[in-house]
Ligand binder design. Structure first.
Ligand SMILES: [Zn+2]
Ligand SMILES: [Zn+2]
Ligand SMILES: [Zn+2]
Length: 383
């Protein structure tokens, strides 16, 4: 029965091994149209395509894969193409839609046979593909392995929504049984959760302006206040930066103008600019919660103009395994801003000017700063 197995893990992509094996199995040729284009540097166009889609729990293995050219891959992922029980090509029937003539030329042709016959596409994955992409009806009692719950956008290629009753909130991929089939919705009963939303990595919430062209500054102001209440430090600035960046792009206003519009304590033009730079530094939100403090990052922002340079400096500090304090960061930044050489003597002199560092362990501070600086220098050595 379709989908009656367990997916080992939510993979998303084929591993490098599986991709290479698929290239070898099909000799870099598209399994549907047989074409084999290459770049001027000899790189083949073809790519590994899932049969049972990865977001629906399709496993990372050769028998769930095909090697396809870009157009056939799109046709296979969009509902134009599928396979029948004898691995012959099936084409969707809509003659009036642009694309039909192209794909229809492959109708009933057989799929290219891979060099190792037992690694040809498995029947059970093909069956899921036919059901998910509308080549075979989904019926009451069907057992499906289905996912895409991460985005909450669980729908079939034909637009029908899939509703899985009893699935826990954190489920990403589940085994379920179809209980009712309608024209707009397919209802299923949850059987087993195969893949769970990872506990780590906070969910990135939607921003308020994703679907609007106009920015409501009341809404913006409320959201910024909320983030101020919910988060501190780098996390707060990152969240701010993400929203301010969108607001600025949509409104066309400057940092200062946005600050005036929302009129919120702590959200000056300068702070808005800095928060956007924090956001830019960590496009995947990949900062360490207990890494360098925001105040220390702000020090780095004073000396380095480009986000990339700040990020390099940040990474150097993190790599040493002990984040600099704000004052230590300031010492490093001050020396660089003065265009002085970062020598032991100068660092010590500068460290001595801060009461807080004098009372601590000044030699240790000097050592840390020199260590970070050496790392930073070596990062640019190849230039
Ligand atoms: Zn092709
Ligand atoms: Zn695909
Ligand atoms: Zn793909």
């Amino acid at each position: 029965m379709a989908g009656d197995w367990t997916a080992s893990r939510f993979s998303g992509e084929f591993s490098a091994d599986t991709k290479q094996n698929l290239r070898d199995l099909y000799s870099n040729r598209c399994a549907i149209c047989r074409q084999r284009y290459e770049s001027p540097f000899g790189h083949p166009e073809t790519e590994a395509a899932h049969i049972h889609p990865a977001q629906h729990g399709g496993p990372d293995r050769e028998t769930n894969g095909l090697l396809l050219c870009r157009r056939c891959h799109w046709g296979f992922d969009s509902g134009w193409l599928s396979l029948d029980g004898d691995r012959r090509i099936v084409v969707a029937g809509d003659e009036t839609v642009s694309g039909y003539d192209y794909f229809n030329q492959f109708r009933d042709q057989s799929l290219l046979t891979p060099s190792t016959a037992d690694l040809r596409p498995a029947e059970r994955f093909i069956e899921v593909h036919r059901k998910l992409f509308g080549f075979e009806p989904i019926e009451r009692g069907d057992r499906l392995t289905i996912g895409g719950l991460r985005s909450g956008e669980l729908s079939l290629a034909d637009g029908r929504r899939v509703c899985i009753e009893g699935a826990p909130d954190e489920a990403l991929v589940v085994n379920c049984t179809v209980t009712a089939v309608g024209s707009e919705q397919v209802r299923c009963a949850h059987h087993r959760t195969l893949e769970t939303r990872p506990a780590t990595g906070p969910e990135i919430p939607d921003t308020p302006f994703d679907n609007t062209t106009e920015v409501s500054f009341d809404e913006l102001s409320n959201r910024i206040q909320e983030l101020k209440d919910d988060y501190v430090g780098v996390t707060q600035k990152w969240e701010w930066g993400r929203i301010f960046r969108k607001a600025r792009i949509k409104s066309g206003l400057s940092y200062e103008e946005i600050a005036e519009k929302i009129d919120l304590e702590g959200a000056s033009g300068l702070q808005i600019e800095r928060s956007e730079r924090v956001y830019e530094m960590f496009p995947e939100r990949e900062f360490e919660e207990d890494g360098l403090s925001y105040s220390a990052i702000a020090e780095l922002q004073r000396v380095f103009d480009s986000t990339d340079d700040i990020r390099v400096a940040y990474d150097c500090i993190i790599e040493t395994g002990h984040p600099l304090t704000v004052k230590e960061t300031r010492v490093w930044v001050e020396i660089m801003m003065a265009d002085a050489d970062v020598t032991r003597e100068i660092v010590r002199e500068e460290v001595e000017t801060y009461e807080e560092l004098r009372r601590g362990d000044p030699s240790e501070s000097v050592r840390r700063i020199l260590e970070v600086h050496a790392k930073y220098e070596s990062a640019y050595e190849w230039e």
